[in-house]
Design a protein around this ligand. Structure first.
Ligand SMILES: NC(=O)c1ccc[n+]([C@@H]2O[C@H](COP(=O)([O-])OP(=O)(O)OC[C@H]3O[C@@H](n4cnc5c(N)ncnc54)[C@H](O)[C@@H]3O)[C@@H](O)[C@H]2O)c1
Length: 346
C-alpha cells in the first residue's frame, strides 16, 4: 500500500527512482514492471547498501524497519523509514542516536503534519490566538479489521510488533497533536481491548482508550480503534485553548473549525488568508481539494530539500527522534494497560 504512495511522492519531488526491492527477487521484478521503475534489486539489503542509492525509503512490515534502517545509515544513506520506527523502545532509541551521530537526514512519515489546515492550527496555537491550551481530545478510528475474518500481518505481533492499533494509527494522532500544540504527552493511563476473530484472539490490540496529561499541564483523551464499522481513516482532534477551540478532521481536511464564545467558524483553506507555513503547503488554490497524497508529496519534498540544502531548507519534518518518542509512548500505553496504572513518558 504505502510503497506506491512513497513512489508517487518521490516522483512528484522530482527525484529519480534508482530501484525497488520486494519480498523476493521475482516480486521485485513484477513490481518494477508494474510501477515503471527501471531496476529491481534482488533484496532490500542489496538496495540499502547500493552505490546507486542516496536516499532509502523503507516501506516494509514493521519488524524489518530497525534492521534495514540501521544497515542504510551505516552505509551512509539518508533514510525515510515508515512508522512505527521499530517495535521496541530500546531499538528505536539506539536508531535515533545512530541517525543523530551520522549527520544524515532520517525522517518518518507522520504526514498529517503536512495538511495545510493542521499547519494553520499549529500557527494559531504558536501565535497565541488560541490562548493557552487546556485540553486535547479526539480519536483515530478505522474499520478494516472489524470482521472476524479480517486479517493482516499487523495482527501478528511477530511481524507488526506488540502494539497494533496504537503503534499503527494512535501514534499518528499523538505526533500530530504534540506538533500542533507544542506540548509533549508526559503521562498516560490506557485501557486496551482485543476482539476474538477467526483463528482465536490476536496478541495485538484492536482498541485503545487513553487518558493523558501533557508536560505543560493540559489534559486529554484519545480513542483509537481498528474495529469501528464505517470509519475509514477518521483522525479527528480538538485542541481547546483559553480563547478558541480548534478542530481538524483528516477526512475533511480543507477546513479548520475555530470556535469561541462569540462566534464559531469553519476557516477554509485559502492560501491568501493562511499563516505562512499553511500557505506554503497549499500547492493549489482554495476550492481545489487537497488530501493525503499531497501531504505525502509535501513531506518528501521537504525531506529531499533538507538533504540537498541542509539548514537552508524548511526543517519541520518528523525525525527519528520524534518517531522514537512515539515508540516509547506506545510502550507506556501497553505497560499501563497491562498493570492498570499511570505511566510517565520519557
Ligand atoms: N505513514 C503512513 O501514513 C502509513 C500508512 C500505511 C502504512 N504505513 C507503514 O508502512 C509499512 C508498510 O505498510 P503497508 O500498509 O504498505 O503494508 P503492505 O503489506 O501493503 O506492504 C508491505 C510490502 O512489503 C513487502 N515486503 C515484506 N518484506 C520485505 C522486504 N524484506 N523487503 C522488501 N519488501 C518487503 C511485502 O511483500 C508487501 O508488499 C508499515 O510499517 C506501516 O506501518 C504508514
Amino acid at each position: 500500500m504505502i510503497g506506491r504512495v512513497h513512489l508517487d511522492a518521490v516522483r512528484r519531488a522530482g527525484a529519480p527512482v534508482a530501484g525497488i526491492s520486494a519480498s523476493s527477487p521475482a516480486r521485485a521484478k513484477e513490481a518494477a514492471a508494474a510501477l515503471g521503475v527501471a531496476q529491481a534489486f534482488d533484496s532490500s539489503e542489496e538496495l540499502v547498501t547500493s552505490d546507486e542509492v542516496d536516499v532509502v525509503h523503507i516501506c516494509t512490515p514493521n519488524e524489518s524497519h530497525a534492521r534495514l534502517a540501521e544497515l542504510a545509515l551505516r552505509a551512509g544513506k539518508h533514510v525515510v523509514c515508515e512508522k512505527p520506527l521499530t517495535t521496541s523502545a530500546d531499538t528505536a532509541d539506539a536508531l535515533a542516536r545512530l541517525a543523530a551521530d551520522s549527520g544524515l537526514v532520517a525522517a518518518v512519515p507522520f504526514v498529517y503534519r503536512y495538511h495545510p489546515m493542521a499547519a494553520e492550527a499549529r500557527a494559531r496555537v504558536a501565535d497565541g490566538r488560541a490562548g493557552e491550551v487546556r485540553l486535547v481530545h479526539g480519536h483515530y478510528l478505522q474499520d478494516w479489521l472489524s470482521e472476524p475474518g479480517d486479517t493482516n500481518w499487523r495482527v501478528d505481533a511477530a511481524a507488526g510488533g506488540p502494539s497494533r492499533a496504537f503503534a499503527d494509527i494512535g501514534s499518528h494522532w499523538c505526533d500530530l497533536v504534540e506538533w500542533v500544540t507544542g506540548h509533549r504527552i508526559a503521562e498516560v493511563t490506557a485501557l486496551t481491548s482485543t476482539l476474538p476473530r477467526d483463528g482465536g484472539v490476536p496478541d495485538t490490540e484492536d482498541v485503545v482508550h487513553l487518558l493523558l496529561r501533557t508536560d505543560r499541564g493540559a489534559t486529554g483523551t484519545l480513542t483509537v480503534s481498528q474495529v469501528s464499522p464505517g470509519r475509514k481513516n477518521r483522525l479527528w482532534f480538538e485542541v481547546d485553548g483559553a480563547r478558541t477551540s480548534l478542530a481538524f478532521d483528516q477526512e475533511n481536511p480543507e477546513s479548520l473549525f475555530v470556535g469561541s464564545r462569540g462566534e464559531n467558524a469553519a476557516v477554509l483553506r485559502d492560501p491568501g488568508l493562511l499563516s505562512p507555513d499553511a500557505a506554503r503547503l497549499s500547492v493549489v488554490p482554495g476550492g481545489h481539494p487537497m488530501g493525503y497524497l499531497d501531504c505525502f508529496a509535501a513531506f518528501v519534498r521537504d525531506v529531499h530539500a533538507a538533504i540537498r540544502d541542509g539548514a537552508a531548507a524548511v526543517l519541520r519534518h518528523p525525525t527519528f527522534d520524534d518517531a522514537a518518542r512515539m515508540v516509547r509512548l506506545t510502550e507506556a500505553v501497553l505497560t499501563s494497560a497491562a498493570d492498570r496504572s499511570w505511566k510517565e513518558v520519557s
